[in-house]
Design a protein. Sequence first.
Lengths: 116, 110
Amino acid sequence: EPEVTQTPSHQVTQMGQEVILRCVPISNHLYFYWYRQILGQKVEFLVSFYNNEISEKSEIFDDQFSVERPDGSNFTLKIRSTKLEDSAMYFCASSGRSHLYQETQYFGPGTRLLVL
Amino acid sequence: GIQVEQSPPDLILQEGANSTLRCNFSDSVNNLQWFHQNPWGQLINLFYIPSGTKQNGRLSATTVATERYSLLYISSSQTTDSGVYFCAVKFQGGSEKLVFGKGMKLTVNP
């Protein structure tokens, strides 16, 4: 069964450094998402991406965050200058069709980011 | 405001017992998913169930969309069922995001 993959599984970085989290969505999917989960808390939506542009973003997704689909398979989340409070598990997800249709979102295994 | 509430927040069971997890949501939805978060933090998709009933082995789920709730049943629980269970919904109205509940921590003791 196709699955969403994410790299790296863990990343440790110093405050102020840039990090890039990578995801390979399911190959025929059209919608891509990033979510995050601070330790012990619920999963929160960050951003959705369709047709090579952001289609929706949350208030968490401020100017330090950016997303990109650099080629036909990868989907990346960049955090420009990491803060301590960015420490979290970051999940990538993808779904097959328009959000107007009922459709499962498939989640990757996550990248655990620790900012020191 | 728009909310997803799960109950109970925590549950401790003996192996072999049955359990019911509830998810209430505040508005009409066009997507509802149940997840199990394993000890490694991975979100395992259990059910996509915006309405109706589905079964998968010892797990089953029912969503009554008109009454805005969903139930996840775990029968004959095993220690490997331990973890956090999340309900997540996509509300009607055009938003693409899944809104997650706070989760329910299940501990199954041998």
